[in-house]
Design a protein. Structure first.
Ligand SMILES: Cc1ncc(COP(=O)(O)O)c(C=O)c1O
Length: 377
């Protein structure tokens, strides 16, 4: 039996199960995003995001350009430079932020790195410095196990890329100062727009400190030393896609219908449990994440552990290609910089029954490729 929906990509992710282009017919297309009709939609996107994610009332939520990357770079370019920085990475996206901080902003940061499958020792991090990290490493399937290690009374700011975590994991807002995500991940929205969530302390930093590097208009969050409040009320810096906004609103509505954040977490956990059970029954496959406490419930990365496999990348590619050709699973090859294997998205927009249907196909593709190895040996 084929999965009803073979879309297991880690971004853009599967759209909500009730998705239909007709649902977007309420988008105010061909109208100014600054007209009341557009602004109301943008404001609603911010307000519903706040409700579903449980963001405190005194935190600002802004819709910003250039997806999660735009939101993260905006946070780093605006906030960093006032105090020492620590930057943590355990996979490719976190490593990308190191390039920004060390090579572009040229900050003398303390860099903490862990290999794919592992996580840095968070207890060693000095949170009186500004700390930049990725909550869920999308390309390794390793996430922060919980936020308690981040002191509530820290001196530094935490800048957190939560793009594959938001809407699937509990984010402790009192421990996060600048949090970012994009619509194209857990809610299966469209690309192009990012969300930037700022704590009161992050706003205080913005209003009391001006970095000594240039800030292009697309990054500017303050004017005359004051926060541009409009950005956090739906007055975007430049023109957003109202079609993408409508799609995000529909996805939020669906999220509400499955029980909000709690329901989304339960769906992602149930999805991941299907894989965990399968890995438990098959000795040739396992999570890439070593410590169960750090295992992602969205971007689940797996490795083939059969000793007969000599060229891991070729083997995993062949499995992924075979599954795609059968219309069983699209886009499940490991990320290009990650160790060979597969990556199967388990966020809430994926139906558990589709993962259950996928598992026997993984066995089939594995066995077929192992036979191929024997024949070509
Ligand atoms: C952890 C993480 N950060 C950043 C990005 C980049 O996101 P975007 O393409 O939405 O800017 C991704 C996308 O996969 C990601 O997983």
């Amino acid at each position: 039996m084929l999965p009803d929906n073979p879309r297991f990509s880690s971004g853009p992710c599967a759209k909500p199960p009730n998705f239909n282009l007709e649902n977007l017919s309420g988008a105010p297309l061909g109208r100014s995003h600054r007209a009341a009709v557009g602004k109301d939609k943008l404001r609603e996107a911010i307000e519903v995001t706040r409700v579903i994610l449980g963001v405190p009332d005194d935190y600002r939520i802004g819709i910003v350009p250039a997806s999660d990357t735009g939101a993260m770079e905006m946070a780093m370019w605006n906030l960093l430079g006032q105090r020492p920085v620590e930057i943590l990475a355990w996979e490719s996206f976190g490593a990308g932020w190191i390039t920004d901080v060390v090579e572009q902003l040229k900050l003398d940061a303390t860099v903490r790195l862990a290999d794919y499958g592992q996580i840095v020792d968070l207890s060693k991090v000095d949170f009186d410095k500004d700390v930049v990290f990725t909550w869920n490493g999308t390309t390794s399937g390793v996430r922060v196990p919980n936020g308690e290690v981040i002191p509530v009374d820290r001196q530094g700011l935490t800048i957190c890329d939560a793009t594959s975590a938001a809407f699937a994991m509990n984010l402790p807002w009192d421990r996060l100062d600048a949090t970012t995500f994009s619509w194209q991940k857990v809610l299966g929205g469209e690309a192009a727009h990012g969300m930037l969530i700022l704590s009161p302390r992050a706003v205080e930093r913005l209003e009391s400190y001006t970095p000594d590097w240039p800030l292009p208009k697309i990054f500017r969050l303050t004017k005359g030393g004051k926060l541009i409040e409009g950005i956090f009320e739906g007055a975007t810096i430049n023109t957003p896609s109202m079609l993408a906004v409508e799609d995000y609103l529909q996805a939020l509505k669906w999220a509400g219908s499955v029980g909000g954040l709690k329901g989304l977490i339960a769906r992602a956990d149930a999805n991941t449990a299907v894989l965990e059970t399968f890995f438990g029954q098959n000795s040739w496959i396992d999570f890439l994440a070593e410590d169960p406490a750090t295992r992602s419930n969205t971007s689940v990365c797996l490795k083939f552990t059969d000793p007969r496999i000599k060229d891991g990348a070729a083997f995993a590619n062949a499995v992924a290609k075979r599954l795609e050709a059968e219309q069983v699973a699209f886009d499940i090859g490991a990320y290009r910089d990650a160790p060979p294997g597969l990556r199967i998205w388990c966020g809430g927009t994926v139906e558990t029954a589709d993962l259950e249907a996928l598992m026997p196909w993984i066995s089939w593709a594995f066995e077929t490729e192992i036979e191929n190895l024997a024949q070509t040996a």
